[in-house]
Design a protein around this ligand. Sequence first.
Ligand code: ZN
Length: 236
Amino acid sequence: MTSAAGIDVKTVNLPDGRSVSYTLTRKPVKNINFRVSENGIVSVSANSRVSVKFIEELIEKRADFFLNAAERLKNRAELFEANLNSVRYLGRDYPVRIIENSREIAVLDESECRVFTKSKDKKYIKSLLENAVLTRFKALCEELDREVRNTLCEKGFPPPPAKITIKDMKSRWGSCSYYKGRISINSRLAAYPKETVLSVFYHEYAHFRCHDHSKAFYDFLLMIYPEYYEHNRTLK
Ligand SMILES: [Zn+2]
C-alpha cells in the first residue's frame, strides 16, 4: 500500500490480532516523531541511524495509544460530516468537544460545547447538543421576559401575568394566547442573536394590547421597542 503522499505504508501486527499501519520518513531529526492521521496511519519520522526494528517495537509498545488516537480522529471526522462539529447559539458557532465519559450530558459554556458521552450514535449526540442549547436558551428567555415586562411597566403599560413556554414550532417564531395569558417562544430562535429573540418577546407582549397585526399593533410595538424592524428582519 502507498499513502497519499506516495510513501510506502507498512504494518505492525500485534499479538492480539490488531494492527497498526505506519509510514516512515527519514529526516535529520534528533527524536523519533509520531503523528496519527485521520485515516489511522501513524506517520513516523526518524533519522537514518534508527533501525526499523526499533521503530516497530516502539509502535507495538504504544499501540493502544495510537489506535485510540486514530479512533478519536475518525469520530471527529464523522461528527464533522454529520454537521455535529459545532452548535449555533445566539448567532455564534461553538465548537463541539466530545469527552469519553459516562455522564451522558452536553454543556454549552462561553467558548465551546462539551459532550460527556460514551456513545457514538450521532442521533443521540445530536439530542445531547440540542438539550445543552435549550438549557441555556430557557435561562436566557427568563431574563428577556423580565426585561420586557420591566420596560412595559416603565413605559406605563404593565402587562398581565404571562406564562412563557419554549417549544419547537413549525411555522411560527412565537405566539400569544392573550385570553389564557400564555406566550410560546420557538426554541429554534436559540440560533439567532439575542436582540432578535427579544424582538419576538416584544411582538408577543404587544398582542396583549392589540390582538391583530393592525397599524395600531405596530405603532404600539415600535413605541415599546423602536429597534423592532432592525432586529426582527432576519426572521422574515
Ligand atoms: Zn403576531
